[in-house]
Every structure is written in C-alpha cells, then in structure tokens.
Design a protein around this ligand. Structure first.
Ligand SMILES: Nc1ncnc2c1ncn2[C@@H]1O[C@H](COP(=O)(O)OP(=O)(O)OP(=O)(O)O)[C@@H](O)[C@H]1O
Ligand SMILES: [Mg+2]
Length: 358
C-alpha cells in the first residue's frame, strides 16, 4: 500500500489526468518534458510517473499559460521544449487554470455527509495537478488528518494553538506530500469554542492567520466540524467558496435550508461575497429515493448544485480505509472519475452565479 506521497501513475493514468492521448506520453518523454521512471510492480518492471514528475509537467503547462515560458521555482525545461509543450496544450485544449476561489471550505452542519472524505480526495487530486495546496482540518475528530495518512496528529499543533495561543500559523503547517501541506487537528480542538468566544474579533482571527500564508498556496481548503460553531463561522468569514456536501437522502436534504440560511446570515453579517456550491454525494442511481432527493436538490437550489454528482462507491470507502487517493485504489473506477470532475469544477472558472445577494 503506497501512501499518497509515494504514489506512481501508469502512462495511461497520467494521460487520463492530463487529458491527452496515451500515445503522446513517449513523445513527451523523448523530448524531456515528462520524466518516466521504471518501477517494479510485482515481478514486472513497468514505466511509471511519480507524483513529483506529474506535478512538474503541470507546472510547465501552467507557466506557459501564465506567459512565463520557463519554470521559475520548479524544474527547469529547455526553452526550445516550450513550443512542444505549447503544442501539447493546444492539441489537448487543456491547461490547468489558476483556481478562481483560493480559500475554500467543505461544510454542512449535518454529520456524516462526506465532508472529510471529499476534502481529502479533492486536496490530493488538486496536488496531483501541480497546485500548491494547504489543507486545514477544523474538526477535532481529525478525520481529514487521518484521511491524509497523518497518524501522529495528537502530538502536533493545531489551529487551536494558532487562534488561542498565538502560535504563528507557519508553525502549525506540516508537509504531507510534495505540493500538499496540512494543518492537522486532534481532540484538543474540540475545546476551542469557549476560549475562542472570549477572544476579541473572534470571527476574523482565522482569516487573518490564513492571509499571512495565502501567497504560498494556489489553494487553501478546510474541512469543518458538523456544527454551527464559531470556528466554522470564522472559516465562512475567511473563505471565498463554500462547498456544501449533501448526501442524497431525505434528512440531509431537509437540513439544507438551515445550512443555506446559516451561510446567508454569516454573509450578511460580515459583508462577505461568498460563492456557494452544493455537492450531491453518495448518489445511487438504483435507488428511487436517491433520484428523488437529487431532483429536489436541483429543483430548489439549481444555481448552487455542482454538475458533478458524487456516486456512492465502495472505492471511496476503501480509499478512506487505506488513507489514500481513490486513484490508488482504482484509477478506472467511478469514484476516481467523480473526484476528477469535481476537482476540475471546484478549481475551474466557469459558471459563477452561485451567490446570495447581499
Ligand atoms: N461517495 C461516497 N461513496 C461511498 N462512501 C462514502 C462516500 N462519501 C463518503 N463516504 C463514506 O461515508 C463515511 C462518512 O464520511 P465522512 O467522514 O467524510 O463524513 P463527514 O461529513 O466528514 O462526517 P462528520 O460530520 O462526522 O465530520 C466514510 O466512511 C466515507 O468513506
Ligand atoms: Mg468529517
């Protein structure tokens, strides 16, 4: 079992993520734009692409899109190779965009809808695309921390130390994998509400801390606790995009009005311009109830629902159990496809009408 930082991709998996034809991989390798290594899988020596080499490829594409030509602080490519990678970008029509919403949170006051699972899968998938990602665990259960395979979270500083004990936020950040950092959580975070309540400008403290390090990341994504807590309120004040995860069952749908009202109130009170997305999760197209709830969600919150519907999938549970990405569990499965399209949608720039009027 590989942890995320050691993950390798087959040329076919790389091609699927990079949206290019598999036959282009040897070309990219020959022109030095993609590093392919040999790795023993069982008894067979196979061509594989490491996480870092995949990220390097996307850095080149993005630098090209930014008009910089060569890579500044990443791997260097010869200038003559740029035209080749440009033709790759043109041929595939795919260049990873700079995320429009840099600070995001996964949210729902209802428990068990899949917030921590989707946050973990999203941040790993975004890191695979070469984005510099910071994940923040704001739940004392520490499920995001565990999902990212960090098992010593109880020994590490958390956002509690930053907000209550004035620890500089940099000191609470740890590296999970290349391109993916984390502020972990542990049970101690469950005690934050009373001391945070007593702090001056309590709802602004988290946003101010995040702003100090925001320049170092393309994407900052928080997983929150299932409550209308002050900590979650602080994250609403700090965020540009709220991803509400709603499982497609009747009670989860029933709670949506409350969740949306909470977000709307926070937005009014703090004069924030938040974009809100609702992600339908655990959808099972064989269940009539799943279909009905999805229909009601789309009927009542049409501007907010993501195009991506996350299907209920054993691969997702398996990824949780193995504390890795669904790509590692089954790169061809429906869960990997769903995480793919969700990630592209949440970092993407298209369709931005999901606002409340303030
Ligand atoms: N699309 C899915 N298909 C199958 N299982 C899923 C899916 N999404 C989440 N799960 C599973 O549902 C369970 C609960 O998910 P998770 O812990 O992410 O929910 P949560 O909203 O973070 O819960 P809490 O409110 O307690 O923080 C996990 O076992 C997870 O693997
Ligand atoms: Mg959770």
């Amino acid at each position: 079992m590989a942890s995320f930082k050691d993950i390798h991709f087959t040329p076919a998996e790389f091609a699927a993520i990079a949206k290019l034809d598999k036959s282009m991989v040897p070309e990219l390798e020959a022109s030095g734009q993609l590093t392919v290594t040999r790795k023993k899988v069982g008894n067979v020596d196979r061509k594989m692409i490491s996480l870092e080499d995949m990220q390097a490829y996307f850095h080149r594409l993005r630098d090209l899109a930014d008009g910089e030509g060569a890579v500044s602080d990443g791997p260097q490519i010869p200038i003559e190779a740029v035209s080749d990678i440009e033709s790759v970008a043109t041929a595939t029509g795919f260049t990873p965009v700079t995320p429009q919403h840099r600070v995001q949170m996964f949210y729902n006051v209802k428990g068990g809808t899949g917030k921590s699972t989707l946050t973990a899968q999203y941040v790993m998938r975004a890191a695979m695309m070469g984005y510099r990602v910071l994940a923040i665990d704001l739940d004392g259960q520490g499920h995001l921390t565990v999902n990212l395979d960090i098992l010593d979270g109880h020994e590490r500083p958390t956002i509690y130390d930053v907000l209550i004990n004035d620890l500089p936020i940099e000191h609470a950040i740890m590296s999970v994998a290349p391109g993916l950092d984390l502020i972990p959580a542990n049970l101690g975070l469950c005690n934050i509400e009373i001391p945070l309540n007593n702090k001056a400008r309590r709802e602004y403290r988290l946003g101010e801390a995040i702003r100090r390090i925001a320049d170092q990341y393309d994407l900052i994504v928080a997983d929150t606790n299932p409550a209308a807590s002050i900590l979650n309120g602080s994250m609403l004040v700090a965020s540009n995009l709220v991803n509400v995860v709603c499982s497609t069952n009747p009670l989860s749908f029933h709670g949506m009005s409350l969740v949306m009202a909470t977000i709307e109130n926070m937005q009014r009170e703090f004069q924030r311009d938040l974009t809100v997305r609702i992600i339908p999760n655990m959808y099972d197209n064989r269940e009539v109830i799943s279909q009905e709830v999805l229909g009601e969600l789309r009927g009542q919150f049409s501007d907010f629902c993501t195009k991506t519907v996350m299907n209920r999938s054993a691969d997702m549970n398996e990824a949780t159990k193995r504390r890795t990405t669904v790509w590692d569990v089954n790169a061809k499965g429906v869960a990997a496809q769903d995480v793919n399209s969700l990630t592209e949608e949440l970092v993407g720039v298209e369709r931005d009408n999901a606002h409340f009027a303030i």
